[in-house]
Write a protein that binds this ligand. Structure first.
Ligand code: GLN
Length: 539
């Protein structure tokens, strides 16, 4: 290792869903606020090469980076908290590690050796740990290890962490273990035993945590902190309380109060240049917590029973709401609930409607009915990816009077206004084969999109196979649905907007992926503004 980057590992124990991603992102943000450069990576112990093929019901949203990697949704938190860009190097799975090792083996690169978990798999894990550090761009690399300590799958990762600690020593690496201190109502007590066991497990695997971050519903009294510290060989001031927060955006400030960043710097022997500058973050929190108005937005989608499936959209609304000093009350609506007969009841009273991205046919007619309703009733509308495609189908059906569809939903449709590109048709495998990552989009001057973005060349991220079929472009534009954003290289339509409607915009890309606390996405900000105007008009 030639670089001077410091490596921080975040492991988890006792249960999943303790919020390792948020703790990692909060720590990263605090270090960054002191003027350090930071990136965060996540190692996921499952065998899929990436989460792109996972059902959102199982794993939540698939987050796409600029370079077209399909990644875990925690990378979204990293980008939103740190206002940085991540890439494929920031998310590695067991599947990718094995794939790399097996590819090397087939090339004969192991020179006749027996290929084994230790050292070959752990070496490949370590190579990926060091990759970002070796770029020389970062002072700190935070590596979140997915899963819980004690899982069979995470063993090689914990072993790699043990080796990195040995290779680099304690001035250059550090382990934070996130654990749970449950409150037993019947006993009226906080219980430390699960934490003790989980640290014992980590010790069995050769890793002594330097800092314990303890999730808890109640404040941790001194005697509990002392007990945990004593049983787990962790200094008292390194037992950090992570109390349940109202919003994930409170967590950096809570970690600051508990001095997590100071403990990290002191253990890594890094001289803190400055106190963290948290002014902008606090401004955002102030607006988030003191809204002067409230609006109801409908999110129409297929996976609404698991809000994690639309994580970035929900967060983008939080950023955009705060920017407008408004609380966004998101109504999660299953598109299967919507028919021509129910649409008025379901959507009436909403100030804006977003039709979400998605795959497959289920609930499609509901999305189309929703779009017809908001188009005819002049309710602000934002369609994302499948949502935009549905808007094109709806418009062609009800304004042009053609029985149109997308070939994803009806391969035999007479009017395929949304269709697969020729090169996509040749692809037979599913993983990593969509149109993925950042593409340029040229915006027409004078359009609503130009006013929203304030510029005419933008870059947005994609994840889809189907496209607006340019064969119908002229006809659709003439009828009033304008293509105001187009990819300059391929001519593919990226943005459509309706004339004679207060705010009706469909985008083929995923703006939600680029919304951050410090840079709320303009499409969401303006959509909320339009919804607020709609509310004023109708009250
Ligand atoms: N299913 C559509 C496609 O593949 C839309 C995808 C999406 O909404 N992300 O083109």
């Amino acid at each position: 290792m030639t670089s001077s980057a410091k490596y921080i590992f975040v492991t988890g124990g006792v249960t999943s869903s303790l919020g390792k991603g948020i703790i990692s992102a909060s720590l990263g943000m605090l270090l960054q606020a002191r003027g350090f450069t930071v990136t965060i990576q996540k190692f996921d112990p499952y065998i899929n090469i990436d989460p792109g093929t996972l059902n959102p019901y199982e794993h939540g949203e698939c987050y796409v980076t600029d370079d077209g990697a399909e990644t875990d949704l925690d990378l979204g938190h990293y980008e939103r908290f740190l206002n940085i860009r991540t890439s494929q190097a920031n998310n590695i799975t067991t599947g990718r590690i094995y794939n790399n090792v097996i590819t090397k083996e087939r090339k004969g690169e192991f020179l006749g050796k027996t290929v084994q978990v230790i050292p070959h798999i752990t070496d490949e894990i370590k190579r990926n740990i060091y990759l970002l550090g070796e770029s020389g761009k970062y002072d700190f690399i935070i590596t979140e290890i997915g899963g819980s300590v004690g899982d069979i799958e995470s063993l090689p990762f914990v072993e790699a962490v043990r080796q990195v600690r040995w290779d680099l020593g304690s001035n250059h690496s550090l382990v934070i273990h996130l654990t749970l201190i449950p409150y037993l109502k019947a006993a009226g007590e906080l219980k430390t035993k699960p934490t003790q066991h989980s640290v014992k497990k980590l010790l069995e695997e050769g890793v002594q945590p330097d800092i314990l971050v303890c999730r808890t519903e109640m404040p941790l009294p001194m005697d509990i902190r002392k007990k945990v510290g004593l049983f787990c060989n962790v200094q008292l001031n390194s037992v950090i309380e992570a109390i349940d927060a109202d919003t994930i955006y409170d967590v950096p400030l809570l970690m600051r109060k508990e001095k997590l960043d100071e403990r990290v710097l002191s253990k890594l022997k890094v001289h803190a240049k400055n106190e963290p500058d948290l002014e902008q973050w606090k401004d955002f929190l102030g607006k988030l917590k003191n809204p002067t108005d409230e609006i109801k937005i409908g999110l129409v989608g297929k996976y609404v029973s698991l809000p994690d499936a639309y994580k970035s959209i929900a967060e983008a609304f939080i950023h955009a709401g705060a920017e407008n000093d408004a609380k966004v009350d998101l109504k999660w609506i299953s598109s299967e609930e919507i028919t021509k007969d129910t649409v008025k009841d379901v959507l009436g009273g909403l100030h804006g409607v977003l039709v979400a991205p998605g795959f497959g046919e289920r609930g499609l007619e509901g999305k189309i009915a929703a779009i017809q309703y908001v188009r005819e009733n002049k309710i602000p509308f934002l369609g994302i990816c499948l949502g935009m495609q549905c808007a094109v189908v709806e418009f062609t059906r009800h304004v042009l009077g053609l029985d149109a569809s997308s070939t994803e939903l009806d391969p035999k449709t007479k009017y395929p206004v949304i269709d697969m590109m020729a090169e996509q048709k040749k692809i037979t495998t599913k993983g990593g084969t969509m149109r993925l990552g950042s593409y340029d989009c040229k915006i027409k001057k004078g359009s609503k999109a130009a006013a929203i973005y304030g510029e005419t060349l933008i870059h947005e991220r994609h994840r889809h196979r189907y496209e607006f079929n340019n064969k119908y472009l002229e006809q659709i534009e003439e009828a009033g649905l304008k293509a105001t954003g187009v990819n300059p290289d391929s001519g593919l339509v990226e943005i459509v907007e309706l004339k004679d409607h207060p705010w009706f915009v469909g985008v083929q890309f995923h703006p939600e992926l680029k919304s951050t606390v410090l840079n709320p996405h303009p499409l969401f900000v303006r959509f909320i503004e339009a919804a607020l105007n709609n509310k004023k008009l109708n009250s």
